[in-house]
Design a binder for this molecule. Structure first.
Ligand code: FAD
Length: 290
């Protein structure tokens, strides 16, 4: 299956979707059904998240393969490293090659709560993983970035400098953490370019359809909710139908503005909801063709 870096040579703007694999064996069937429904919408590619350890990590490649083999949509497999050994990473990359998965989103991963990490562990940062992926074979490699700043970074300048180093290790593109204020993203892009980072930066957009989850997600990810959107969540968060409608409308409006301003790619955090992804793609159908 094709390397997604070739897409930006052909298309003005890409539209991609993220899904997460089942956490429990019992959820495998409904989760893959949802992922395949999203793949049937024919986004330019789909990413599949990775949960370090346990069964979830195996499922990433299973779901990614199904998306490619059954729907012909290129898959981007996420891979984290902070709690992995080099041999485990090598095994995962070998399996990707066997399954024809050529695109990897290289991540450090969150440090699991309560886990003591040795200083002499195999991986400290995503940049080390990126180098190992390139040593392992001909992969297209992406990485994460944070318009609102990474939660652990002591300053924006330091975070950007680490981002520059990470891209220099061989990133073909970057995908942002979700953000809700396009102004924050444009400002981030300005600083990224000023650092000499030239790779495409895909804008991560999350349609918020569950008002109760969003405060926790923002706390964990460091994403800031702008007043305009916070007001919507406060007003409609307890009414699922109203929140769904408002969340889809907000995300649609955000994406239209991003596309009008020349963003290279939109990456939709679907939360495994095919109907929400379908509605947004339908709202944008003429724009995606333009
Ligand atoms: P890094 O790029 O390694 O950066 C982590 C921190 O270390 C930053 O504060 C950075 O400034 C700092 N840093 C980097 N290099 C250095 C250095 N040399 N010296 C000192 N400090 C340094 N998590 C999952 O578990 N599974 C997923 O599938 C997943 N998918 C994601 C997809 C996207 C698009 C995004 C934005 C995040 C995703 N995450 C996922 C979460 C991610 O793993 C966490 O945000 C994690 O805390 C940081 O990962 P990173 O790859 O950005 O880390």
């Amino acid at each position: 299956m094709r390397q997604i870096k070739t897409l930006w040579k052909q298309k003005k703007v890409t539209f991609s979707c993220e899904v997460f694999p089942p956490k429990r064996e019992a959820d495998f069937e409904p989760v893959t059904r949802a992922a395949l429904k999203i793949a049937a919408l024919k986004p330019d590619f789909m990413s599949v998240t990775y949960g370090a350890g346990g069964g979830t990590s195996r499922h990433t490649l299973q779901v990614a393969s199904m998306i490619q083999d059954q729907c012909g949509v290129p898959a981007l497999a996420h891979l984290t490293c902070v709690s992995s050994k080099r041999e485990q990473v090598e095994e995962m990359l070998q399996e990707m090659k066997e399954r024809g998965i050529q695109n990897v989103l290289a991540l450090r991963g969150d440090i699991p709560q309560g886990m003591e990490l040795n200083e002499d562990r195999d991986y400290h940062y995503a940049s080390e993983l990126i180098q190992d992926i390139h040593r392992a074979g001909d992969f297209c490699v992406g990485a994460a970035c944070y318009p609102d700043g990474h939660v652990e970074a002591s300053s924006r300048q330091e975070d950007l400098e680490h981002l520059r180093e990470k891209v220099a290790c061989g990133c073909d593109f970057l995908t942002t953490q979700m953000f809700f204020d396009n102004g924050v993203f444009y400002n981030f892009l300005y600083h990224v370019l000023a650092k000499g980072i030239q790779v495409p930066v895909l804008a991560g957009v999350m349609p918020v359809t569950n008002g109760k989850q969003i405060a926790r997600i923002c706390r964990m990810s460091g994403t800031v909710l702008p007043t305009r959107f916070r007001t919507i969540v406060e007003r409609y968060g307890d009414s699922p139908r109203a929140m769904r409608q408002a969340g889809i409308a907000y995300a649609t409006e955000q994406i239209i503005d991003l596309m009008a301003n020349g963003v290279r790619g939109i990456h939709l955090y679907t939360m495994n909801k095919p109907e929400v992804a379908a509605e947004i793609m339908d709202n944008l159908s003429a724009l995606l063709e333009a």
